[in-house]
Design a protein around this ligand. Structure first.
Ligand code: FES
Ligand code: FES
Length: 215
């Protein structure tokens, strides 16, 4: 039956009352049956393809990942989907790096990879094998604070402290990059790190002081 004939049958059914309504249902049922018959070869083809593929690929499962963090190699078993942030905090126990937004907006998770600051929630741990990862735990030498840490303490650049590890890692990157020519420049290049306690003036002062000592 052509589309035109079906349309005519449907129009006729609506106009002609209950008896013709039955024939309209018949037409629709026939259409559904035809669609099912048409779909059958596709479904069969898919099953055959799955059967040919054999057992599921297991390369997506956990595997040992070698991560060099603060000079020490850690080899946690990780699935490929694990972020560097989760690897640090939940698999290796380095909880100094904080999880704020977990989507690249707050900067609380900032670490250094080969000397460059990155947001560890936005990168997979497996992608950082063979690189030098530095977290806030790797800054001090025993009791001796890193100049950036000392500057944050000296300038009272924290209140609750949640953002502070990320701020300090980012400050090291900012200083190394040479973006400390003015307070405005420091603000601009530290703008990826948010502070809910709004300690920004003190953070800028701390970065300015540390930059003077490190350059
Ligand atoms: S936790 Fe990574 S940017 Fe917020
Ligand atoms: S010191 Fe509280 S969020 Fe920055």
């Amino acid at each position: 039956m052509s589309t035109e004939e079906i349309s005519t049958a449907e129009i006729g059914a609506e106009e002609a009352g209950p008896e013709s309504t039955a024939s309209r249902r018949t037409v629709l049922r026939a259409g559904v049956a035809a669609a099912a018959v048409g779909a059958a070869p596709l479904a069969t083809g898919r099953n055959e393809a799955v059967a040919e593929a054999g057992p599921a690929d297991t390369r997506t499962g956990p595997a040992r990942v070698a991560l060099k963090i603060n000079g020490k190699v850690h080899e946690p078993e990780l699935e490929p989907r694990v972020t560097l942030l989760d690897a640090l905090r939940e698999r290796i126990g380095l909880t100094g790096t904080k999880k704020g937004c977990d989507r690249g907006e707050c900067g609380a998770c900032t670490v250094l990879v080969d000397g460059r600051r990155i947001k560890s929630c936005l990168t997979l741990a497996v992608m950082q094998q063979g690189r030098e990862i530095t977290t806030v735990e790797g800054l001090a030498h025993g009791e001796r604070l890193h100049p950036v840490q000392a500057a944050f303490v000296g300038n009272d650049a924290l209140q609750c402290g949640f953002c502070t590890p990320g701020q300090m890692m980012s400050a090291i990157g900012c200083i190394d990059e040479g973006h400390t020519g003015s307070d405005a420049e420091i603000r601009e290049w530290m703008s990826g790190n948010l502070c809910r306690c709004s300690c920004y003036p003190n953070i800028v002062a701390a970065v300015r002081q540390a930059a003077r000592e490190l350059r």
